[in-house]
Structure formats: C-alpha cells, structure tokens
Design a binder for this molecule. Structure first.
Ligand code: SAH
Ligand code: SF4
Length: 358
C-alpha cells in the first residue's frame, strides 16, 4: 500500500523529486495543488509534466483515509471516524469556536500509556499513525468545510485525540512542519497545541525544536501518590522529573505551558489538592495556565464520576487564591461522545470486531 504524500515536508518532497530525476521547482507546484487547490489525484495537477506525475503515482497516494462515520452535535461539533488502509479506525473532531475551526487529531491506534480514566487507554496501542495519516485528518476535515462552500479553513489544531503524541515523535514533528508551512495550509504554530501525558525526555526535545507550537501537559494530580494511582506512567516519570523537564522547556522557550487537570469526584477535586497544585506551580505561575476539565464519563471506568459543580468552583477559587491562572474547559459535543476515544470504542463494540490489540 502506497503511503500518503501528505506525510512529506516540502524539503523531503524536493529531495525525493531530485533523487528521482525530476525538477526541484516542481515541489512547490505539487504543494500548491495538494494544499491550496486541494485536488485528490495527481492526474489533476495540470501544470505538472506527465513524467513527474507518473513518478508521483508510482510512489504515493494522496488521501489514504476513508470516512466511515460522521456525527454532528447540536453545538456544531462534528466527529469523524476514519478508516485507514489496514482497516483500523481513528477519530477526529472538528469544533467551532468564535475564533475559528479547531481540529482534534489522533496520533496512534490505541494508547499504551493506559491512564485509568481514559477510553483510549482501554485499547492497547496497535500502531503509530504515519505523518501522512495525521495530516490526512486535517485534509479530510478541510474537505468537509470546502464542501459547505463557505470558504472556511481549519485554523487551529489540538493534538489531543487518541494516542500519546510524544510516543510517535518523528511522525508528529513531520505533521507539525507540514501543516505549519506557509506554502501549504499555513496553520500558525501558535494556533497548534500538543498534549502529552508527560514523557520527560521528549518534552526536552520539543523545547529544542524551533517551533512556536504550544505544549499542554496532562498533570491531573499534584503529588506522586495520587498521580501514580490514576496515571501509571507517573511511576516511570514522577512529578520531580516532569517538573525538571518543564523547567527546561520554560527556560528554553519562555512559552506558557497549559496544565490539564481532569476533575474526578472525590479523587483529586478537593481544595487541599488545589492548594497543593498551587504550591507545585508557584515558581512558574507566570508561565502556567491550568485547564480544569470536567470528566467525561467512560462506561468501562465506572469508578470515576464527574465532580460536583460546587467542587469545581471551590477548586478553581482555591487555585486563584494561590495566584494561578486557569479556567474550566468549555465542553463541546458531549451529546455525540466527543470525549477522547469514545466514539471509536463504541463503534468497535457495535461491529463486534476488534481490529486492534495484539
Ligand atoms: N495522550 C495525550 C493526548 C491525548 S488525551 C495526553 O494524555 O495528554 C487528551 C486529554 O484528554 C488529556 O488531558 C487526557 O487526560 C484527557 N482525557 C482523557 N480521557 C478523558 C475523559 N474521559 N474525560 C475528560 N478528559 C479526558
Ligand atoms: Fe493515552 Fe492520553 Fe488517554 Fe493517557 S489520557 S491513555 S496518555 S490518550
């Protein structure tokens, strides 16, 4: 099966063309057809010579994703389920905000991190997505917007779908370079956020990249005992190590970090945890923002419930008293299972075929 050409940066495409005896300047023309005119076959690229088109056809596909399900929520959120060439299903969510169209992309089929509250972690990682399959999600959503004929663009990206993006680092970086490139989709780096469960070495690598992409860290607890009990990855990368890598990131980039904190009723939502969180982030509070996330119940994780509204309010106020900036995440698409991994796991259960798992 041929890979998608969407996975190549323009530099990589240029190298490929040169190595295959084609003219270097064709790369910019091909990119224009791919990302500005958004054609879905090489044969439609009218100003490209036949020989180059033949070379492209022999080596690449354009879009390798196929739409399987599309659900539209009352608030305008659209959830897509895409089938990849090997039959694996992935999900992508489009959310409409006053500031633009934001897409949540998936980076892996399943996730090995196995956080105790997450639907994606229920399905062990089957494979990484390649860069073309990650870019392909953006292109599919853009195709949906183009189809509406209202000249709308994907303007923001959150890498918060299924999978741990830093466990698929090279493909993630290629994806970021492709969507950010001004010759292509030109989605501003400051409009892109990557969320990680806290792979500390990769946080440092990310700090060393010359990209202005935002980083979000899934913290969810202010101490090791509690964090290890809900996120087993904390045993390998405990809070001290995590904070070291975050300090490195802040020093290198001087960019604000978002800390994600899911509020689980009676687990991590007491004022004492808010105060502890405030102390943990005190020395970096000018570059911190805490995103409080109301838990989206997952059938298989019946031990967790969403926090009471009063608990959310008290938690938020306690954080503010400690001088920490934060907010409660607005919810999108709860009526269509738009939480992490939910549509996909339901769809798999419905078909009774489990295409993932070793
Ligand atoms: N693996 C990465 C990115 C994908 S998860 C990470 O963990 O950061 C994106 C966010 O959704 C994470 O903050 C994750 O903790 C959160 N999440 C997972 N399951 C959730 C649920 N049931 N309700 C609310 N948020 C959830
Ligand atoms: Fe994986 Fe993120 Fe879900 Fe944890 S929260 S299991 S890291 S997708």
């Amino acid at each position: 099966m041929k890979k998608s050409i969407y996975g190549l940066t323009i530099e990589q495409l240029t190298d490929f063309l040169i190595e295959n005896g084609q003219k270097k300047y064709r790369a910019a023309q091909v990119w224009d057809w791919l990302y500005k005119k958004r054609v879905l076959s090489f044969d439609e690229m009218q100003n490209i010579n036949q020989e180059t088109i033949d070379v492209l056809n022999e080596n690449f596909a354009i879009q390798t994703l196929e739409q399987n399900v599309k659900q539209v929520s009352q608030d305008g959120t659209v959830k897509f389920l895409f089938k990849m060439h090997d039959g694996n299903l992935i999900e992508t969510v489009l959310m409409k905000f006053p500031y633009g169209h934001s897409v949540c992309v998936t980076t892996q089929v399943g996730c090995n991190i196995g956080c105790s509250f997450c639907a994606s972690g229920l399905l062990r990682k089957n494979r990484d997505l390649d860069a073309g399959e990650i870019v392909g999600q953006i292109m599919k959503v853009q195709e949906h917007l183009d189809g509406k004929g209202e000249d709308e663009r994907v303007s923001h990206i959150v890498v918060m779908g299924i999978g741990e993006p830093f466990d698929n680092y090279t493909n993630l970086m290629n994806f970021l370079h492709v969507v950010n490139d001004q010759k292509g989709l030109s989605i501003g780096a400051r409009h892109i956020t990557v969320s990680t469960s806290g792979l500390t070495e990769k946080i440092k690598d990310f700090a060393d990249e010359k990209l202005q992409v935002n980083l979000a860290v899934s913290l969810h607890a202010p101490n090791n005992e509690l964090r290890s009990s809900i996120m087993k990855i904390n045993k390998a990368f405990p809070i001290e190590k995590l904070m070291d890598s975050i300090n490195y990131y802040l020093e290198k980039t001087n960019r604000r970090i978002t800390f994600e904190y899911i509020l689980l009723r009676d687990v991590n939502d007491h004022v004492k945890e808010a105060e502890e969180l405030g102390r943990l982030l005190a020395d970096k509070r000018h570059l911190s923002y805490v995103n409080l996330i109301p838990y989206n119940p997952v059938d298989e994780h019946g031990q967790y419930q969403r926090s009471e509204p009063e608990a959310i309010k008290s938690f938020y106020e306690a954080l503010r008293r400690k001088g920490i900036n934060g907010g409660v995440r607005l919810e999108n698409g709860t009526d269509i299972d738009a939480a992490c991994g939910q549509l996909r796991s339901k769809q798999i259960k419905k078909t009774k075929k489990q295409p993932v798992g070793e």
